[in-house]
Ligand binder design. Structure first.
Ligand code: DAH
Length: 342
């Protein structure tokens, strides 16, 4: 019996040493050390041993059980540490891995184009002038010679906050602010910024867009100055051989009013799909400032005259890059925006 007990003890110890993880150890416990496990069962054998050997055998059983329990606890501590070490190793950060590059943000294509266009005029001496996007009806319309019910208001569908307050539909509203600030001094300003119109969003129209506007007022300002400034602008933007064409048009705030075209940048005037086979692309609206507007601005139309022009920035981006849908510009799809760099 004693021999068998010793045999059991040595196999049980080997099994214990062979447990690889806490789950193995748990089943070892259930099989050997739990209340009806193999080690515990040896206690039942004590009664079956002849009386004279019983005391020694009983002692041996107790020793085996307690040694096995002690060995079990040692093993458990060891496996727990191993388990923790493995978890840590699995979660470890490999500090030798190369880092992910940080993407530096860039400017929006409209911002870049606004800056480029105003830059051209600033180098011709036009001073930047900004004014609020939320405007009074009179600055956006009335003082630009569009009284209430003027039919030209229909050309610019408007977001109204109330009867008097609106989102500016063009940068021309800034003309009034500048004139009232500086009259009767001569003025040479460029007015960049966002404008808003209550439009359906289509490939050709958005509810927000940027304009860059110019205004020059002085004693001897003439239509030929307008043509000179705009020809210079077209050449700065589209190349030294660029040509412009001036056509009669209508805006309430200018008289005479014109529209200015450039030679088609895609076909150089040969005629193509983009210029609808005319060889020309419409660039901007312009004219001599209407005397009524000068007067609203605080100038004496007998003493000074003005030229003004206004240009849509997103239209310019579409023209330049042969893009056929303005909606790309405000959709904020980074795949599109990143192509403009910087
Ligand atoms: N404000 C006009 C528009 O939004 C553009 C424009 C035309 C501005 C002629 C001007 C101008 O200053 O003289 O359509």
């Amino acid at each position: 019996m004693l021999e068998k007990l010793q045999q059991y003890y040595s196999t049980a110890k080997t099994l214990l040493q062979n447990t690889a993880n806490l789950a193995d150890l748990e089943s070892f416990y259930r099989e050997h050390l739990a209340p009806s496990g193999k080690a515990t069962n040896w206690k039942r054998e004590i009664g079956k041993v002849p009386v004279e050997e019983r005391r020694a055998f009983g002692q041996a059983v107790n020793e085996v059980t307690s040694e096995l329990l002690a060995a079990f606890e040692t093993r458990r501590d060891l496996l727990k540490l191993k388990d923790i070490a493995e978890t840590i190793a699995a979660q470890a950060t490999d500090v030798t891995l190369p880092g992910r590059p940080l993407r530096v943000g860039g400017f929006h294509p409209s911002t870049l184009a606004v800056r480029e266009v105003s830059g051209v005029f600033q180098r011709m001496g036009f001073m930047p002038f900004e004014s609020a996007h939320v405007e009074l009806d009179r600055n956006n319309f009335e003082y630009l010679n569009m009284p209430p019910d003027h039919p030209a208001r229909d050309m610019q569908d408007t977001f109204y906050f109330s009867e008097d307050i609106l989102l500016r539909t063009h940068t021309s509203s800034g003309q009034i602010h500048a004139m009232r600030r500086f009259a009767p001094e001569p003025l040479r300003i460029v007015l960049p910024g966002l404008c808003y119109r209550h439009e359906n969003i289509t490939p050709r129209s958005e509810i927000q867009f940027h304009q860059v506007e110019g205004l020059l007022i002085g004693p001897n300002v003439r239509m030929s100055d307008l043509k000179g400034v705009l020809l210079q602008f077209a050449r700065q933007m589209f190349g030294p051989n660029q040509q412009i064409r001036v056509r009669g048009s209508y805006f309430p705030f200018t008289e005479p009013s014109v529209e200015v075209d450039i030679r088609c940048t895609l076909c150089s005037g040969e005629g193509c799909r983009v210029c609808k086979h005319t060889g020309w692309l419409e660039l901007l609206g312009a004219g001599m400032v209407h005397p009524a507007v000068l007067r609203f601005g605080g100038y004496d139309p007998e003493k000074v005259r003005g030229i003004a022009f206004g240009l849509g920035i997103e239209r310019l981006i579409l023209l330049r890059h042969g893009i056929d849908d303005i909606r790309y510009i405000f959709q904020n799809d980074l795949r599109f925006l990143r192509q403009f760099g910087e």
